[in-house]
Design a binder for this molecule. Structure first.
Ligand code: G6P
Length: 608
């Protein structure tokens, strides 16, 4: 979603801002803009559309500006037009502001400001905040920003510049991430580490209600109530090549192929097959409470919700703890019951998804122990949990989540085994499970060798506009994930179902125009899924199967079969999801879709 980048230093801000904005493109956006401070003026250039459109409007030959802010907008209040794009400027044209988040009381503030004679140029909530800062400005941008923020309700990450303070950026956050990169004689403010990584890896993360003022004189952090805060400088562990394409056509395919290495890193030092033990440093402090949990609630959105559903099966089977998986957007508003012994685990790649964050806050408010399974170190969810486990799969740039799903399932598998071992699981069973988990990265590498076969499946069915994905047990969440992957990037309609549910309605849809993808690996429900395949075949349906290597029976039944290696049933999702990711990828490419920037989607959904 929206992205912020700001620069103060000794270099020309413009190319740094544009580079930063390009690095934020992956988050999803529909307009972009920059404001530069030069010669006592704030100069704004902005436009609807891609950054390439903005670039055509920018004057690269103008004298350098050492200070500037930039933004990619994903429309919420007001259509994606030039006027609604950020930065917004105040009535005097001296203050420019970029904003991520939503100002909830913007309407009342807008009416108030209109009554004061302010004329608005856009439909956005952000302009309201900008005008408010302008009204309060009496010579100190920092003071005016704080004063304005005390009047607003809602969420924000903002960066503000002023013509009268040419070497200053004031930035603040509440519920929307913001960090400050600290370079040599320069500072880069951003909503995402990707925007600053090519300049520095030293950062400070702002907390909610904190305001930072950066200038060549240094950096000062206070609360919006003006109480000084001492910030710790942290090191970003991601590297530049991780956020670059490195010869791949798209981030999605790069990240699908990164899965063996990503999972090796995720598992490294954490599993000990020989002794049947799992080491998860991030939960050591809450190990006792967690082990005694009477109930787990896993909460997440999108792909992370599918990983959570695999987690539910894992926790109940391995650790015998009653577990529920909840959409974060439902959980946060539906008065959930949190008893003593309820542990809530939020699962999120970005650690910034608004609904997941709010669900976690609600759970904490009701007294639950709150854990996070998160990829982005230092993200909002990671920082607000009592304890947690990082995925360590590296940055995920492709909007369609792939390696994060694998990382989430792998972490949940480790967590389930960790708890199982502390409750009732034998060392032998834990060893067997962890040995199998340790073998998964190599097995994924083997599945990836079927890339051509997956492309052939996509090619053979590319004209079909509706697909079904069917699985049972551990493969049911994989069916959901396979359908989501296909629809989000290729815009082909797809539905995922527990295979037995097909008979309760969806079977009416079966024709040879609707490919049915069965995840039909060996397991306790194998015979049942064969029955479901027969039901589809007997109605003239086209069956695509993901099956266990050597399974000739399925091969004979299906039109196309992708084989995956055998593993323990609870770990099969880590292998069976890979062909589905590849099929979706190839379908999207064949249909000419923009794989890494699918229409209307955002990588990190920071509004509810
Ligand atoms: C968006 C992304 C999905 C992601 C979901 C949850 O919808 O497009 O890929 O699964 O948000 O994101 P999170 O960062 O919380 O895992």
């Amino acid at each position: 979603m929206c992205g912020i980048v700001g620069y103060v230093g000794t270099r020309d801000a413009l190319p740094i801002l544009v580079e930063g904005l390009k690095r934020l493109e992956y988050r999803g956006y529909d307009s972009a803009g920059v404001a530069l401070v030069r010669d006592g003026k704030v100069r704004v250039t902005k436009s609807a559309g891609r950054i390439s459109v903005l670039e055509q409007l920018l004057d690269y030959d103008a004298p350098p500006s050492p200070t500037g802010i930039g933004h990619t907008r994903w429309a919420t209040h007001g259509a994606p037009t030039d006027a609604n794009a950020h930065p917004h400027v105040d009535a005097c044209g001296r203050i420019a502001l970029v904003h991520n988040g939503i100002i909830e009381n913007y309407h009342a503030l807008r009416v108030y400001l209109k009554n004061q004679g302010v004329e608005f140029r856009s439909d956005t909530d952000t302009e309201v905040l900008t005008q408010l800062v302008g009204r309060f400005y009496k010579g100190s941008l920092e003071v005016a920003v704080k004063q304005a923020l005390r009047e607003v309700r809602g969420t924000y990450g903002i960066a503000v510049v002023c013509a009268d303070e040419p070497n200053v950026i004031v930035a603040a956050r509440k519920g929307s991430p913001l960090l400050v990169g600290i370079g040599q004689d320069e500072f880069i403010v951003a909503s995402d580490a990707a925007a600053i990584l090519s300049h520095t890896t030293q950062v400070i993360y702002l907390e909610d209600d904190e305001v930072v003022r950066v200038s060549p004189d240094g950096i000062r952090t206070t609360t919006i109530e003006d109480i000084p805060v001492t910030k710790e400088i942290q090191e970003i562990e991601w590297t530049l090549d991780q956020i670059e394409l490195g010869g791949h056509e798209h981030f999605m395919i790069k990240e699908i192929f990164e899965q063996p290495d990503a999972l090796r890193t995720c598992l490294r030092g954490r599993i000990d097959g020989e002794n049947g033990t799992v080491h998860l440093g991030g939960i050591a402090d809450v190990a006792r409470e967690l082990t005694r949990a009477k109930r787990l609630i896993l909460t997440a959105c999108g792909t992370a919700w599918h990983a959570a559903l695999v987690g539910e099966y894992l926790f109940e089977e391995l650790a015998r703890i009653p577990t529920e998986t909840e959409y974060a957007s439902e959980f946060r508003y539906r008065n959930p019951i949190i008893d003593d012994g309820t542990v809530v685990i939020a699962i999120s790649q970005s650690g910034e998804t608004a609904d997941t964050y709010a669900a976690l806050e609600e759970a904490k408010h009701r007294g639950a122990l709150a854990l996070g399974v998160v990829n982005v170190v230092g993200s909002s969810i990671a920082r607000s949990t009592d304890a947690g486990v990082y995925l360590h799969v590296g940055p995920e740039i492709g909007v369609a989540s792939t390696k994060a799903f694998s990382g989430q399932v792998a972490v949940l598998a480790m967590l389930a085994c960790y708890l199982g071992r502390r409750r009732h699981m034998s060392q032998f069973n834990a060893s067997q499970f962890l040995d199998a988990l340790g073998a998964i990265p190599d097995q994924i590498a083997h599945v990836l060798e079927q890339n051509d076969a997956c492309r052939a499946v996509a090619e053979a069915n590319i004209e079909k506009d509706n697909w079904l994905y069917l699985g049972r047990g551990y493969q049911y969440p994989v069916a959901l994930e396979g359908a989501l992957k296909l629809k989000e990037i290729s815009y082909i309609h797809a539905e995922g179902l527990p295979a037995a549910e097909m008979k309760h309605g969806p079977i009416a849809l079966i024709t040879d125009q609707m490919p049915a993808v069965f995840i039909a690996t060996q397991g306790i429900q194998y015979e049942k899924i064969i029955g479901n395949i027969e039901e589809v075949r007997s109605r003239g349906g086209r069956v695509i199967a993901v099956a266990t290597e050597g399974d000739q029976r399925i091969e004979e039944l299906a039109e196309s079969t992708i084989f995956i290696p055998d593993t323990l049933e609870p770990l099969q999702p880590l292998l069976s999801v890979v062909p589905l990711q590849l099929i979706a990828y190839h379908a999207a490419v064949l249909r000419g879709c923009n794989v890494d920037k699918p229409r209307n989607l955002a990588k990190s959904v920071t509004v509810e």
